[in-house]
Design a protein around this ligand. Structure first.
Ligand SMILES: Nc1ncnc2c1ncn2[C@@H]1O[C@H](COP(=O)(O)OP(=O)(O)OP(=O)(O)O)[C@@H](O)[C@H]1O
Length: 338
């Protein structure tokens, strides 16, 4: 049940945008597709919507194969940036659009459409604004109208591509909480695309991390942050440090510094850790302080470790002087192949 994507691959010319994607969204679930630019998020969403078709693989809604069906026959609501509001139409006409273009036999009567538009305006908290034009609304209001338009056809599935991309941070934050509430209230199954990790971690039941046309990990937000499945996920979600190590007999060494137990085969690897999982002690890795500033009651430092390009970031209880050498030790780390 819900949305099931099986073995979906898509090539544009000689460029493979998606490689054998398997993904499911359970009924009522809110999924975020998160990844860097070009990772294939939008292509996957468009294939689910029926705006694009896969070379191989299938898309099913509630166990029904819809792979060959056009968007108009999929019963999905979508909010895509490139399908902005029609500027020459009133807000009410914009919202009613999906209903008025239906074939006559499926089209509700005019009065019924008007009633539904009013209902939707209430739902997106813009009562009484149906007579305005898009240019007379703020960016946040326009996004809510776009959502009302998507919901007018009473979809079971809602697909959103960077729905709040163009808005400022505060409006974005308010709107995404509101969207989550709406999703829950209407019992929708939703998938949204974002490259904003905070948005994904805050809003989604599960986050789908994509890179280069493959899914790196699908997991609830806390697991993505605390238990990244790959070096890519560790580096992409949240702040991170990466230290080359050698694993010997179940311990990770950086030169002659023993970092601790590591469940990994012997040989070169990388230890990944968060800035808040670092302490300064006498036996750690020597690092020269480049920068120190207060952060949440601690001191955020940037420090140079010999032979490593990217400065280390750590949150320390003490405030070392810029230029001083400290010894840093991760208290918690994960080993991934080098
Ligand atoms: N119609 C197309 N023709 C050719 N290449 C395309 C087409 N659509 C997408 N691509 C390519 O496929 C890759 C994936 O694009 P997609 O838009 O899915 O990425 P994305 O993860 O959504 O990125 P962004 O966050 O920048 O929107 C990109 O390299 C893009 O250039």
């Amino acid at each position: 049940m819900g949305i099931t994507v099986t073995g979906v691959a898509k090539t544009f010319g000689s460029f493979a945008a998606l490689h054998g994607i398997d993904l499911d969204a359970q009924p009522g679930e809110f999924l975020a597709l998160l990844g860097p630019s070009g990772s294939g998020k939008t292509t996957l969403l468009r294939i689910i919507a029926g705006l694009e078709f896969p070379d191989t693989g299938t898309v099913a809604f509630d166990n029904e194969d819809v792979t060959g069906r056009p968007v108009s026959e999929r019963g999905v609501g979508f909010v895509f940036q490139q399908y902005a509001l029609f500027r020459h139409m009133t807000i009410a006409d914009n919202i009613a659009f999906g209903l008025t273009v239906r074939p006559r036999r499926d089209r509700p009567a005019k009065a019924e459409i008007a009633r539904r538009v009013d209902e939707l305006l209430d739902l997106v908290q813009l009562p009484g604004l149906g007579g305005r034009y898009p240019a007379q609304l703020s960016g946040g209001q326009r996004q809510r109208v776009a959502l009302a338009r998507a919901l007018a056809v009473e979809p079971r599935f809602l697909l959103l591509d960077e729905p709040f991309g163009a808005l400022d941070a505060k409006v974005r934050k308010d709107l995404r909480r509101w969207l989550r509430g709406l999703h829950d209230r209407l019992g929708l199954t939703s998938i949204f695309v974002t490259h904003d990790q905070e948005e994904a971690l805050e809003l989604a039941d599960r986050v789908v991390v994509m890179d280069h046309g493959v899914i790196e990990q699908v997991a609830p937000p806390a697991d993505i942050y605390d238990g990244p499945a790959s070096a890519f996920v560790f580096g992409f979600v949240g702040e991170s440090n990466c230290l080359p190590v050698t694993v010997r007999a179940g311990r990770a060494w950086h030169h002659d510094v023993d970092l601790g137990a590591a469940e990994a085969p012997d040989g070169p690897a990388n230890a990944w850790f968060r800035p808040h999982d670092v302490v300064a002690d006498d036996t750690g890795i020597p690092a020269k302080i480049l920068l120190a500033r207060p952060k949440n009651g601690l001191t955020r430092i940037e420090a140079q470790v010999a032979g490593i390009d990217k400065p280390f970031e750590a949150d320390l209880a003490t405030a070392p002087a810029v230029g001083a050498t400290v010894h840093l030790r991760p208290t918690r780390f994960r080993i991934f192949p080098a």
